[in-house]
Design a protein. Structure first.
Lengths: 144, 144
DNA sequence: AACATGGTGTTGTAGAATACAACCATATCA
DNA sequence: TGATATGGTTGTATTCTACAACACCATGTT
């Protein structure tokens, strides 16, 4: 196996192992917010509001799945729906105050956890790792 | 936010987004083998056999979940159980011929997919990325 | 204006994944 | 031997998810 193939193999294996653990990790760090719920809230915060369809496309979920997640998050008071005046089919989703609060708490626990885990990384390594991940996800989105 | 915090934030966000997509990606790349099933088979291949308890610990799954997954994979002819002669409570799991075959097919599709996605990465970047991922997972395992 | 077509979201339904608790069998240790 | 711990299975309930059918709105064509 060439050096390149070996690296690809490692990337694939390590990312898969990480993904396999992510759900349980989320459940332990913030039991009140599942991995899906967390990612949706974080996405809404980052994007300053978006449509359910965008969420489905971004996270490779069926629109019905997103619809139920959104309904649940709304019932919990974490998000609000605002009908788009320009297109009445569209609901623009926004964080509600309760969602801002619970997202902040969950994110804080995640950040603290990752801060501890990566405490002894050099700043340059950390910064490069972050850039690689961004690039990888961008590449993944570009090659569906 | 400091540069370090910013990098940590990016790492956290990108890894989460990746994890959120992993299940659907696996389902599309190899519908006959779910993400869990794939990781279990790959683990068995890598470890040359292991116990169900080890799988549960490694992937943060309940032992009942692993038990059912293992039972299903055995029914499909993908793995074999061999009772440990030194400890009759233990079943050592091994890949069966059918498992070797289907794992190879799934892995080939995964590898091809990632090969295309990362086609224009420099070898050094790829190698560094792989090392960072290994290190990250090791750190995560060390800080449970 | 009327109609076809497509995009956005919801609901019905079914299956898979998962956790927790209770349990059985085996092993280890006092 | 009896108490305790470990590995695994099964009962049960919940959650996540996809697919299909549907309703509603928008846009373009005739």
């Amino acid at each position: 196996m060439s050096a390149r193939e070996s690296s690809l193999d490692t990337v694939q294996r390590e990312l898969t192992a990480f993904a396999r653990r992510a759900r349980a990790t989320a459940a332990r760090m913030h039991p009140e917010l599942s991995l899906v719920a967390y990612t949706i809230l974080a996405h809404l915060e980052e994007q300053q509001g978006c449509r359910a369809t965008d969420l489905a496309a971004h996270y490779l979920l069926d629109k019905s799945t997103v619809s139920r997640q959104v309904a649940s998050l709304e019932r919990l008071g974490f998000i609000e729906r605002r009908v788009d005046e320009a297109d009445h089919r569209v609901q623009v989703l926004h964080l509600a105050p309760g969602g801002v609060e619970i997202l902040a708490a969950a994110r804080a626990r995640r950040q603290e956890s990752i801060r501890v885990r990566l405490a002894d990384w050099d700043p340059e390594d950390l910064e490069r790792f972050a850039r690689y991940l961004v690039r990888y996800n961008a590449d993944a989105a570009a090659h569906p």
